[in-house]
Design a protein around this ligand. Structure first.
Ligand code: C2E
Ligand code: MG
Ligand code: MG
Length: 571
């Protein structure tokens, strides 16, 4: 493949040669029949009676001759050079015959046939010249579309088309992503012009290596963008050969490079993914190769070439989510929903504020996706604060407007709680939004009792002193010991939805939930069940003494305005 031009190989993939050949032969056959008929008829002296009028058969020759001319025109239009040559040969071959008819046998009706043929030849030449120009222009456009303007090697479109072709052939191949390390430094210190010259030199080395074919495999070199190049490698018997080719290219690239009288010793990060083992589509194989390259760069494993591994996608997903969270924080696009909480008689007792976010394109991102990443990356405290502040602002106004005595619950991550300035932040929010502390509840997950109970206890005791309530969220999912629970100054236990889902499946599950409720009551906690969706669950919870209910059965998380209406209705 490397010896052929890109447009050649693309055209080869698309053309359906067999159909073209059949079409060519059919046109030729029709032409020969029509021209033969025209010739025969033009020499006939027969007279036909058509609707009582005597008509010379010869007068039909023109119709057959026009049909023959149409065939040659179609040949030129559809078969470019070969069609043009064939048409010329066919039409020129008619001329001696027509001339002989006129001069030797004095068939003067042939004069019109001769003129028609001459005009047809001129038309065919004009069509060919015009077509040729258009085709050259189209070729130029096609080649521009698939050529990288800076380096002159095939670009990402060519790369995508080639991969599509290889996937259609169901072959095994590897896509290698190559990125120059610290290219920014060259651009910043030596200027963009030198940077471009370095990129051109890299492209030319890669192209030369592919053309020379010393590697033993077939390669196709492209530039994606910036300093990212892609090589598609196929026709290799095993991964060992593939790796040898990769090392060969690495060697070619890392040889001393002299640009504008300056010597450079550049290093590259390389990653690859194989089709069909590592990816099943064009996008996948390209992005997986790119992920492997990013990982190679991250590990600063200059000497290594990394193969794609599914864990790299997780890392990339986390990275992308982190970017979305930062973007939402910077643009203040986090908002909250309020899910109502009721007692078992359906009296409103409060709302839980739940964080919501949209990405740059306005698409909702579920908390199940962004909360774990926010926790992992340490951004959770900023989200907690935003949601606390925004919901506190709304809730303060709601209390002043409606005089309601319900509670606002906010989620606080353990990491956030442990921060030294957490207590000051809570005090500041209470005073800014004029909130009575006894109407605020802070939900902390059960894990707080396992990881960091001593330090957390100090802080929680302070919060309690302020008058704020504490709820232990998602209770039952962690492995906290009962002795910790005994010492824990909580007010509310929230039973996780997972237990409510299971509760009516078996007698033991129901007893399990019943015993959590009993333990909660022994410790003097109120118990609330999360994720209640069905009447049967509600009935069971009532029968085993649960205090409060939160779930879609009585209320989904609501926008503030709708939450206000719920308060008004319940008053
Ligand atoms: P959580 O604190 O346990 O919140 C309850 C979750 O259960 C919410 O999910 C709520 O929408 C969902 N839920 C309630 N009732 C039902 C029901 O009947 N059926 C179903 N299928 N789901 C129900 P959401 O809003 O997706 O939040 C997920 C988790 O994200 C929360 O679990 C909480 O741990 C965390 N979270 C949400 N907002 C914040 C926040 O501002 N800060 C922190 N640190 N975590 C938050
Ligand atoms: Mg919660
Ligand atoms: Mg929960």
């Amino acid at each position: 493949m490397k010896k052929r031009s890109v447009s050649d190989s693309m055209a080869r993939m698309r053309s359906n040669k067999a159909a073209m050949v059949v079409g060519f032969i059919a046109l030729l056959a029709v032409y020969l029949v029509m021209a033969g008929m025209a010739m025969r008829i033009s020499m006939s002296d027969e007279i036909l009676m058509i609707m009582g009028t005597p008509t010379p058969v010869r007068s039909f020759a023109g119709a057959f001759s026009s049909a023959a001319n149409l065939c040659v025109i179609l040949l030129v239009v559809f078969y470019a050079k070969s069609g043009f040559i064939m048409s010329l040969v066919l039409m020129l071959a008619q001329i001696p015959n027509l001339m002989a008819g006129i001069f030797a046998r004095h068939i003067f009706t042939n004069i019109s046939g001769l003129c028609t043929s001459i005009f047809a030849i001129i038309t065919v030449i004009m069509i060919y010249v015009k077509n040729n120009r258009i085709e050259k222009y189209q070729d130029k456009l096609r080649s521009q579309a698939i050529t990288d303007t800076l380096t002159g090697i095939p670009n990402r479109f060519a790369c995508t088309e080639l991969i599509e072709g290889l996937i259609r052939q169901r072959g095994r191949f590897a896509v290698v992503s190559i990125n120059l390390n610290n290219f920014k430094n060259i651009n910043n210190t030596m200027g963009v012009k030198t940077g471009n010259a370095v990129l051109c030199e890299i492209a030319s080395r890669l192209q030369k290596a592919a053309d020379e074919g010393h590697s033993g495999t077939d390669e196709f070199v492209t530039r994606q963008s910036g300093d990212e190049f892609t090589i598609i490698i196929h026709n290799y018997p095993n991964v060992k050969e593939l790796l040898r080719t990769l090392q060969y290219y690495k060697g070619v690239l890392e040889k001393k490079m002299t640009v504008d009288d300056c010597d450079y010793f550049l290093s590259f990060s390389m990653g690859y993914a194989e089709y069909p083992t590592d990816a099943g589509t064009v996008d996948e194989v390209l992005s997986h190769a790119s992920l492997a390259m990013i990982e190679a760069k991250r590990q600063a494993s200059g000497a290594r070439v990394l193969r794609y591994d599914p864990s790299m996608s997780d890392a990339e997903r986390t990275l992308q989510m982190e970017r979305k969270i930062r973007h939402a924080l910077e643009n203040d696009t986090f908002f909250f929903r309020l899910q109502p909480q009721y007692d078992v008689n359906h009296m409103l007792i409060g709302f839980e504020a739940l964080a919501r976010m949209k990405d740059e394109s306005g698409k909702m991102v579920s908390p199940g996706e962004f909360i774990p990443v926010a926790e992992e990356t340490g951004l959770i405290d900023q989200i907690d604060s935003v949601i606390f502040r925004k919901s506190a602002d709304f809730f303060g106004q709601l209390i002043r407007k409606t005089r309601t005595d319900i509670t606002l619950s906010v989620n606080v991550s353990v990491k956030h709680l442990m921060k030294n300035d957490f207590l000051d932040e809570v005090r500041e929010i209470l005073s800014t939004y004029q909130l009575p502390p006894e109407q605020i509840e802070i939900e902390i997950t059960e894990s707080v009792m396992i990881d960091s109970v001593e330090k957390a206890l100090e802080c929680i005791n302070e919060i309690k002193k302020m008058g704020i309530k504490i709820a232990i969220d998602d209770f039952g999912t962690g492995y906290s010991s009962l002795s910790y629970l005994n010492n824990f100054p909580a007010d509310v236990l929230k039973i996780d939805k997972a237990f409510i889902d299971q509760m009516n499946m078996s007698d033991s599950s129901r007893k399990y939930v019943a015993s959590i409720i009993s333990i909660g009551h022994i410790m003097n906690f109120k118990v609330i069940s999360e994720g209640v969706e069905e009447d049967a669950q509600l009935d069971t919870l009532r029968s085993i003494g649960c205090d409060y209910i939160q779930g879609f059965i009585w209320g989904r998380p609501l926008p503030p305005k709708e939450a206000e209406e719920v308060v008004m209705e319940s008053a």
